[in-house]
Design a protein around this ligand. Structure first.
Ligand code: PAF
Length: 278
């Protein structure tokens, strides 16, 4: 079922809650793939009702980013959601989500000034604003996010904690193509040659994981291994290679406790991200 109006969604959810149903929520920007499908299926397995939002959120794109060209296909998305067992697809229009004279923002400091936050100023303010609005509208028991956007998960968890939002954030593993490329809505932009070159992301991370498993503790050494591998690929340009504390996202010099190894790499013009937590 497709719902476009906030009012309609709210009354549906109120009716569910009166019946005692639990509600799971999967926020997306559409152009859904198996990664999103796995989040929806997980939500369906853990809740009575599941709402999937499909909304290309303008406030999280920078002026030179791909908001206008971001892939949109609501019919295909609706079919995927319904087949995966979702109860409702919420596809609001921008005007209903954002008032022309809106004057409220949501911003999480510290965690957002590193990794993707450092490279995409204002991005996480947009993410936090839209996710807090959705959590207010949907009031879910649980909300599902993919580990592929590791920083987003850390930032949303912090926001939910700091604002006492009554929701459990569930993180789901990265879904990969058979050859290792992390699934992403942006993969469709890659030419055949770039698609092959993009494997350098997962390949370099596998090398790093092997080294850490072999008890290499130096962050500098691991970072160099990743950089060396990526540099071998002529179509790749490193945006960042970082190894940080997996919760605070603060820099570490040695691997003593749980770390996030995160990379962002341009393949041609397409910026791809990948990561693992060790
Ligand atoms: O991860 C995404 O697709 C987006 O950042 C989200 C969480 C749907 C907010 O627009």
């Amino acid at each position: 079922m497709l719902v476009k109006e906030i009012k309609e969604l709210r009354s549906l959810i109120k009716a569910w809650k009166r019946e005692g149903f639990t509600v799971g929520f999967v926020p997306t920007m559409g152009s859904l793939h198996e990664g999103h499908e796995s989040l929806i299926k997980k939500a369906v397995s853990e809740n009575d009702k599941v709402v999937v939002s499909v909304f290309v959120n303008p406030t999280q794109f920078g002026p030179n980013e791909d908001y206008d060209s971001y892939p949109r296909d609501i019919d295909k998305d609706l079919t995927l959601c319904m087949n995966a067992g979702a109860s409702v697809v919420f596809n609001p229009i921008s005007k209903e989500m954002y008032f022309d004279n809106k004057s409220t923002g949501v911003s999480v400091s510290g965690l957002t000034s590193v990794l993707c936050g450092a490279k995409r100023p204002g991005h996480f303010d947009g993410v936090c604003l839209v996710v807090s609005k959705f959590l207010n509208i949907v009031t879910p028991d649980k909300a599902y996010f993919g580990q592929k956007d590791a920083q987003q998960v850390a930032v949303i968890k912090r926001m939910v904690r700091d604002l006492n939002i009554d929701v459990e954030i569930v993180t789901c593993p990265i879904i990969r193509e058979e050859d290792g490329l992390a699934k992403s809505s942006r993969n469709i932009y890659l030419s055949d040659e770039e698609r092959k070159a993009a494997l350098v992301l997962s390949r370099s991370l596998s090398l790093a994981r092997k080294e850490i498993k072999n008890r290499e503790k130096s962050v500098g050494k691991i970072r160099n291994i990743i950089k060396k591998e990526i540099t071998k690929e002529p179509l790749a340009k490193i945006d960042y290679v970082e190894i940080v504390d997996s919760e605070s996202l603060e820099n570490v010099e040695n691997i003593e406790k749980s770390v996030l190894v995160a990379i962002a790499v341009f393949i041609g013009k397409i910026r791809l991200i990948d990561n693992f937590i060790f």
